[in-house]
Design a protein around this ligand. Structure first.
Ligand code: ZN
Ligand code: ZN
Length: 339
């Protein structure tokens, strides 16, 4: 099969590799499309230290069930997506359905020993294969994973219908967070994003936007939301965006950090202590949130369609990765097509 292999940091190649065989309890999917995640780009450059040369990346995929190992029971030919978080299955967090807290979890597309999405075929535990709603456009299946990241982040922030929500960053994760805040019936949502194309995309999703470069963020958030935010979700993760979160939120607000732009942050300690704001992390999602998100995505085809920037053929992927890593600004998700 053909796979897009990370040859060295900064260089990928489409190569012929062995087609994987499903083992016990596993399924082989024929990949239709796989989305390019920001973490893949940071893996491509080596910046995040979470990918290694020689591996195949890709954890946002949609495919078709093509073959089954012993004991796996899935409908052959079904259009599916994959929850890439593979828990050990035996520990207390796994049994409680909180796989992100499994100390031995592996992530497809991150773990170099596993097959992954930027290839014609991927093998994964059948339990991680998630059915898609009937009639869902193929591309939308690849958006379920980032949408689940956004949904989990919004839930970590405890977003309810009473909340005024600020989202820092309007890239694919910020877009997913904004949609999740709407999905949780948040009263008002505003996205702070410097890139005009991304602001346009977020506006098309039905949320307010502002340009953080145009002036202080705090007062403009208050103007847009009719008061300071009660929840801020940072989908960027720099000291600057965290400072904007503190400057824009009410006393007692919840701040969620899901963006991973910087490994260390400076933050307003008194904004936490005297301001009694809570700072919460968010990274992936539970298996239940992933399945719920797949179902929800089927009910919002227009919003999900708006998240897709472009589809490219697999042989364009190495060059597109290099262009994106060099700063090519895109508003939405780039999908790599394999079949
Ligand atoms: Zn991702
Ligand atoms: Zn476990």
């Amino acid at each position: 099969m053909r796979a897009v292999v990370l040859k060295e940091f900064g260089r990928m190649a489409l190569e012929e590799v062995a087609t994987p065989e499903p083992g016990d309890g596993e399924a082989r999917l024929r990949v239709r499309m796989t989305g390019v995640c920001g973490s893949d780009l940071h893996g491509f450059t080596g910046a995040n230290g979470r990918r290694v040369p020689g591996q195949v990346m890709g954890h946002e995929l949609v495919g078709v069930v093509e073959a089954l190992g012993a004991g796996a029971d899935l409908p052959l030919g079904a259009l599916v997506t994959l929850n890439p978080v593979v828990g050990c299955g035996g520990c207390a967090p796994c049994r409680a359905g909180t796989e992100p807290y499994c100390p031995d979890k592996r992530v497809i597309g991150v773990d170099p020993t596993r097959t992954a999405g930027f290839a014609e075929y991927v093998v994964a535990p059948a339990a991680n294969v998630v059915a898609l709603p009937a009639g869902m456009p193929v591309a939308h299946g690849a958006l379920v994973e980032p949408l689940a990241v956004g949904y989990h982040a919004a839930r970590r922030g405890g977003v309810t219908a009473e909340d005024r929500v600020l989202v820092l960053g309007g890239g694919p994760i910020g877009q997913a967070v904004a949609l999740a805040a709407r999905r949780l019936s948040a009263a008002r949502v505003v996205v702070s994003e410097p890139h005009a194309g991304r602001r346009d995309l977020c506006r098309a999703l039905g949320v307010e936007v502002l340009d953080p470069v145009a002036g202080p963020v705090g007062p403009r958030v208050a103007a847009r939301l009719d008061g300071p935010a009660s929840v801020a979700i940072d989908a960027v993760g720099t000291s600057g965006t965290v400072a904007d979160a503190f400057a824009s939120t009410a006393l007692g607000a919840r701040i969620v950090l899901v963006g991973m732009a910087a490994p260390r942050l400076e933050l307003d300690a008194f904004g936490v202590s005297t301001g009694e704001r809570s700072l919460t992390g968010a990274f992936s999602y539970t298996s239940a949130e992933f399945v719920e998100t797949a179902r929800w995505a089927g009910t919002e085809p227009d919003a999900v369609a708006a998240l897709v920037e472009r589809e490219i053929p697999a042989d364009r992927a190495p060059a597109q990765f290099a262009e994106l890593a060099e700063g090519l600004a895109v508003a939405g998700k780039v999908l790599v097509r394999f079949s």
